[in-house]
Design a protein around this ligand. Structure first.
Ligand SMILES: [Zn+2]
Ligand SMILES: [Zn+2]
Length: 333
C-alpha cells in the first residue's frame, strides 16, 4: 500500500462514520416510532374498555334489580339487606364480564363500592371503581351512576304487595296489574281495620311507572276527573315522603325513612249506584303506604270518591283530605 492508498482508505473510513451514525439514529427513531405507536394502541384499548365498562354497569344494574324483584315475588321471601344483595350480585356479573377482555391481554377490574338510594326515588345510585391496564398503560377512575327503575324494555315489578299479602292467601299477577282477590281484605281485617271488605278483589299497578301529571294537582284539574282516571288506568306511581323506597319494598316494608313513592290501590268497581252520591262511606285510604303501614296509627281512613261511572259501575277510591290536596281533588264535605 502506498501513501496515497493509505490516505484514501482513511478518508473513506472518516466518511463512513457519519453514515453509520445516521443509520443508528434512524434505527433508534424507527424503534421509537414503533413503541410510540404501540403505546397509542394500548391506550386506545384501555380507553375503549373503560368506556365499555362504564356503559355496561347500568345495564347489569337494571338486570339485577329486575331479577331480584321477580325472585322476591316468586319466593315470597323479603331480602334482609337489599342494597348489599344487589351490590353482591352486580359484582359477580361485572367480574364475569371483565374476564372477556383477558383474550386481548387487557386486565380489567371493576369494584362495586356501594348501591344506595338516589335523590330521585325512581333511580338508584351505584358507586364503583374501575381499573383497566394493558402493558404499561393504566387507567383508574371512580364512577357514580344513576340507574333508572323505569325502563320500557326492563319494567320492574313492585314486590311489596306480594310480600304483605303472602300470609293472607297471596296476591297474583294479572296482565299489568296485581290482583288481590280476597288477600287484601283479609290482611286489613287481620289488622283490625273497619270496612276491610271494601278491598275485596282490589287491584294495583304491577310495574313501577312514573306519573307524568306533574305537578300532581293536575290529577284533579278537570271536573270530569279525566286525568286521575288516566293516571289510574296507566298504573302510575308518584313521589312520596311517606311511601316506601324501592330497596325497602324488597325488604317488605310499607313505609321507610327514605324518600320513596306511592301508588293507588283500587277497590273493585262497584255496581252499587248509590255510590254516586254517597260520599260518606269510609274505608282505609287507597294509598299503598297507608294500606301497608306497619303501625296502627299510620293507617287512616278516607271518604269515597267516584272518579268514573260507565253506566253500570262506579270506579272509586277512598281518599283522606291530605292526599286529595296532593292530587288536586276536592276535599270531603
Ligand atoms: Zn298520577
Ligand atoms: Zn327505604
Amino acid at each position: 500500500m502506498n501513501d496515497q492508498g493509505y490516505v484514501m482508505s482513511l478518508t473513506s473510513f472518516l466518511l463512513i462514520i457519519p453514515a453509520f451514525l445516521l443509520l443508528i439514529i434512524f434505527i433508534n427513531m424507527s424503534v421509537g416510532i414503533i413503541s410510540f405507536q404501540e403505546a397509542i394502541l394500548a391506550s386506545d384499548d384501555v380507553v375503549g374498555v373503560s368506556k365499555d365498562l362504564e356503559s355496561q354497569l347500568p345495564k347489569i344494574g337494571q338486570e339485577v334489580i329486575k331479577n331480584k324483584s321477580e325472585e322476591v315475588i316468586e319466593s315470597g321471601n323479603p331480602l334482609s339487606n337489599s342494597r348489599e344483595v344487589i351490590r353482591d350480585e352486580m359484582q359477580d356479573k361485572i367480574d364475569i364480564w371483565c374476564l372477556k377482555y383477558n383474550k386481548d391481554q387487557i386486565n380489567a377490574h371493576c369494584e362495586i363500592l356501594g348501591v344506595d338510594n338516589s335523590q330521585d326515588p325512581f333511580q338508584i345510585e351505584i358507586k364503583s371503581r374501575i381499573n383497566v391496564q394493558k402493558d404499561e398503560i393504566k387507567h383508574s377512575f371512580n364512577l357514580i351512576q344513576k340507574i333508572s327503575l323505569i325502563n320500557e324494555s326492563f319494567p320492574i315489578m313492585d314486590p311489596l304487595p306480594f310480600l304483605k299479602c303472602k300470609k293472607h292467601g297471596g296476591a297474583t299477577i294479572g296482565k299489568d296489574k296485581i290482583l288481590y282477590g280476597s288477600s287484601l281484605s283479609k290482611y286489613l281485617k287481620s289488622s283490625g281495620l273497619n270496612n276491610s271488605q271494601a278491598y275485596e278483589n282490589a287491584t294495583s299497578p304491577l310495574y313501577i311507572k312514573k306519573c307524568p301529571y306533574d305537578p300532581y294537582e293536575l290529577h284533579g284539574s278537570t271536573s270530569d276527573l279525566a286525568n286521575i282516571k288516566n293516571c289510574i288506568d296507566n298504573g302510575f306511581y308518584h313521589e312520596s315522603n311517606d311511601g316506601a323506597c324501592f330497596f325497602c319494598r324488597l325488604e317488605g316494608h310499607g313505609v321507610c325513612p327514605h324518600y320513596g313513592f306511592e301508588t293507588f290501590i283500587l277497590p273493585a268497581p262497584s255496581a252499587n249506584i248509590t255510590f254516586l252520591n254517597n260520599s260518606s262511606i269510609l274505608a282505609i285510604s287507597s294509598i299503598d303506604h297507608v294500606i301497608f303501614n306497619e303501625t296502627s296509627f299510620g293507617a287512616y281512613y278516607g271518604h269515597l270518591i267516584v272518579y268514573f261511572y260507565d253506566d253500570t259501575h262506579c270506579f272509586h277510591l277512598f281518599l283522606d283530605d291530605s292526599h286529595r290536596k296532593k292530587y288536586g281533588l276536592p276535599p270531603h264535605g
